[in-house]
Design a protein around this ligand. Structure first.
Ligand SMILES: *[C@@H]1O[C@H](CO)[C@@H](O)[C@H](O)[C@H]1NC(C)=O
Ligand SMILES: *[C@@H]1O[C@H](CO)[C@@H](O)[C@H](O)[C@H]1NC(C)=O
Length: 327
C-alpha cells in the first residue's frame, strides 16, 4: 500500500526540499507555515510520491518549507520502521527530530499532514509534545480508533511485512508484539476490550481510554486551530474505514457507533468535543479507495488548511502563542 500520487506526471522530478527558510524576521507578512508530513505503512520518506506531495504543497502555498518525518536516514530503515518498532520510542524520536530542526522550532507554528497510520502518529506528537506547535492537523485515511483486522502481505518476497506477520504469532497482546509490531499497537477490537486496555502500547493511551486521563493530551489537542479528518469512501485497506472519523465498529455485527455517540467525545477525554463545538473538527470524505489521492484533492486540502497566515516577530519566538488567522 505504498502511497502513489495520481496524475502528477507534469511535475518536475527532483525537488530540493530544504530550500526555503522560514522568514521569521518579517513583521506582518502573510507566510505559509512549515508543513510536516508523516507517511504511511510501507512507505519511505524519500519515495517519489512524497516528493511530489511536497512539491505540490510548495506550488499551492509558495514558500512552504516541508519536512518529511523519518525514523531512519536510509530508505530501507525508514520503511522498516513503519512495520517494526515501539511507537512510544518512535514518537519520542520524532519529538526530538522536530524540536531540533531549526526552521521548524523557530517557526511560530507548523501545519501537519498525516498519511494513513502517520495521521494517528502525528496526533500523538501533538498530544505528547507539540513542539513545534501544530496549527492545523490533517489526517488522511488514518486509524484514529484503531484497526480490528491486519492487512495481509502484498507479496511473499516482502520480508519486512513477512517478519511482521511472524511476530503476530506470539499473540497480539503480548509485550513482545506490542513493543515491536507497529500495527499491533493500534489494534483495537471491542470484543477484546479488556486485553486492549491492559496491553495496548499505543492507542489505548493516546486515546485516553484508561482510567487515569492525561490532561496534557486534551489541552494539546484542543490547542489545534483546525483538525481535518478525511475518510476514503471505498477504503478496504484500513479496516474499519470509519476509524478515520474516530467511529467504533463492532466487527461481529457491523454496528457503527459514531464519535459523537461515544464516551471519548461525550466526556471529552481528548478535547474532540471542544474542538467540534468550536467548529474546528472536520469530518470529510474523499471518494475512492485507501490513499487514492489526486492532485485536485490535495490542492483543495492544501488551499483550505495550509494557506498563508499572518506572523509577526513576537509570535515567532514564542511557540505557545496563537498565530493570527490569515483570512
Ligand atoms: C515501549 O517503549 C517504552 C519506552 O522505552 C517502554 O517503557 C515500554 O515498556 C515499551 N513497550 C513494551 C510493550 O515493551
Ligand atoms: C458486538 O456485537 C456482538 C454481536 O451482536 C455482541 O454480542 C457484543 O456484545 C458487541 N460488542 C460490544 C462491545 O458492543
Amino acid at each position: 500500500m505504498m502511497f502513489k500520487l495520481q496524475k502528477l506526471t507534469t511535475l518536475l522530478a527532483a525537488l530540493p526540499l530544504l530550500t526555503t527558510a522560514f522568514p521569521a524576521t518579517q513583521a506582518t507578512e502573510k507566510t505559509p507555515l512549515p508543513l510536516i508530513i508523516w507517511h504511511g505503512l510501507g512507505d519511505s520518506y524519500r519515495a517519489d510520491g512524497l516528493k511530489e506531495v511536497a512539491q505540490l504543497a510548495e506550488e499551492i502555498n509558495p514558500g512552504t518549507y516541508v519536512h518529511i518525518i523519518h525514523l531512519d536516514e536510509s530508505d530501507n530503515g525508514d520503511r522498516e520502521a513503519t512495520f517494526i518498532g515501539n511507537l512510544t520510542e518512535q514518537i519520542a524520536q520524532v519529538c526530538e527530530q522536530l524540536a531540533s530542526e531549526p526552521i521548524l522550532s523557530t517557526a511560530p507554528a507548523v501545519n501537519a499532514l498525516g498519511f494513513s497510520q502517520g495521521g494517528q502518529f502525528l496526533r500523538a506528537f501533538v498530544q505528547r509534545c507539540n513542539f513545534p506547535k501544530v496549527r492545523n492537523l490533517v489526517t488522511l485515511g488514518s486509524q484514529h480508533n484503531g484497526i480490528y483486522k491486519f492487512q495481509s502481505c502484498q507479496s511473499s518476497g516482502d520480508w519486512v511485512c513477512r517478519s511482521a506477520e511472524a511476530l503476530l504469532r506470539f499473540g497480539r497482546w503480548s509485550d513482545f508484539v506490542q513493543s515491536r509490531l507497529v500495527p499491533a499497537q493500534y489494534f483495537r477490537d471491542v470484543n477484546e476490550y479488556d486485553s486492549y486496555l491492559e496491553h495496548s502500547n499505543f492507542l489505548a493511551d493516546i486515546n485516553n481510554e484508561r482510567e487515569l486521563k492525561k490532561t496534557l493530551y486534551k489541552s494539546n489537542l484542543m490547542s489545534l486551530n483546525r483538525f481535518g479528518m478525511f475518510m476514503f469512501s471505498d477504503d478496504t485497506t484500513a479496516i474499519p474505514k470509519e476509524s478515520a472519523w474516530f467511529a467504533e465498529v463492532n466487527q461481529t455485527n457491523g454496528e457503527i457507533t459514531t464519535l459523537r455517540e461515544r464516551p471519548i467525545y461525550k466526556e471529552d477525554w481528548l478535547g474532540l468535543r471542544s474542538l467540534d463545538e468550536q467548529g474546528k473538527l472536520d469530518f470529510e470524505i474523499i471518494p475512492g479507495p485507501h490513499m487514492a489521492l489526486s492532485e485536485k484533492v490535495l490542492t483543495e486540502i492544501f488551499t483550505e488548511y495550509f494557506g498563508p497566515v499572518e506572523v509577526s516577530d513576537e509570535t515567532s519566538t514564542l511557540p505557545q502563542l496563537m498565530v493570527a488567522q490569515g483570512t
